[in-house]
Design a protein around this ligand. Structure first.
Ligand code: ZN
Length: 267
């Protein structure tokens, strides 16, 4: 028996939406047949223009709709809600692979880096993980693009607690570039000069994220002069994307492409 077969027996792949065990053959699909049919009807790639009242309008690419008030919500919402509560790799992998299919619409080059909209420290503390970071890791694996977790969230107020106008005010200044030479591990910063040296030799030349998310240790590297693919799980007003884009551009990024898995109707 191969290791993979044994692993499938011990941890059979599950449908990312309903949790039903699916056959290992359809593992790549990540959904059971029933959910896959629903998803095919639901998936809708869209590019939304954001006008925040500042000088720059920008675009956000979304893969599906997200209706906060809809009790059913569809496959996309179901998977997102699951991933918000638990760091389910199969859910993160599904979202990343669906975002991957939308990348052909963006002018991504091999030098483009991926970064995620960071959770607040409060969010990470309460949840114990950052779901966008998980998605970014899988997207990095799929694309071969470097994942650079270079943003940090310094705010204390959650966007969802605010109305449209105040979201832009709250987001502006809440996101900034992380200081260099700090390692990150599952969203938490730490680092001493000794750690940095060890990490440096271990990750020399590594541009891909390790398949083991638990063991992933990376430097915050320079994004200067490079395009950045900025990702989030759900986008509403675009205020967060705008604030993060401003931080990245002022940090030297050449261009920023924004993509969220789901976009709400208010977007
Ligand atoms: Zn299913």
């Amino acid at each position: 028996m191969s290791i993979e077969t044994a692993a499938n027996l011990l941890f059979p792949p599950k449908c990312a939406a309903c949790g039903k065990i699916i056959s290992p053959v359809s593992k790549e699909l990540a959904l059971c047949e029933k959910c896959l049919i629903c998803w095919k009807n639901e998936k809708q790639l869209q590019i939304k223009e954001i006008h925040s009242g500042t000088e720059r309008a920008f675009q956000v690419m979304t893969v599906c709709r997200y209706d906060a008030d809809d009790n059913y919500g569809g496959i996309g919402k179901t998977v997102l809600l699951k991933l918000k509560c638990k760091p389910l790799k199969y859910a993160a992998r599904f979202i990343a692979s669906e975002m991957y299919t939308a990348l052909e619409w963006l002018p991504i080059s091999a030098d483009t880096v991926i970064t995620g909209v960071p959770r607040s420290r409060r969010g990470i503390r309460e949840n114990g993980f950052d779901q966008v970071e998980l998605i970014a890791c899988f997207l990095s694996e799929l694309t071969g693009l470097e994942y650079v977790p270079c943003l940090v969230h310094r705010g204390n107020i959650r966007q969802k607690e605010l109305d449209y106008k105040h979201r832009f005010e709250n987001a502006a200044g809440a996101y900034m570039m992380k200081e260099k030479n700090k390692r990150i591990f599952c969203g938490l910063e730490y680092g001493t000069s000794k750690n940095i040296q060890e990490s440096n030799s271990a990750s020399a030349g590594a541009v891909r994220v390790s398949t083991s998310i638990k063991n992933r240790r990376k430097y915050v590297s320079d994004i200067f002069g490079r395009d950045v693919l900025l990702i989030d799980d759900v986008s509403t007003t675009g205020a967060t994307f705008e604030a993060c884009s401003q931080a990245l551009l002022s940090g030297g990024a050449s261009r920023v492409f924004c993509m969220s898995f789901a976009g709400t109707a208010e977007l």
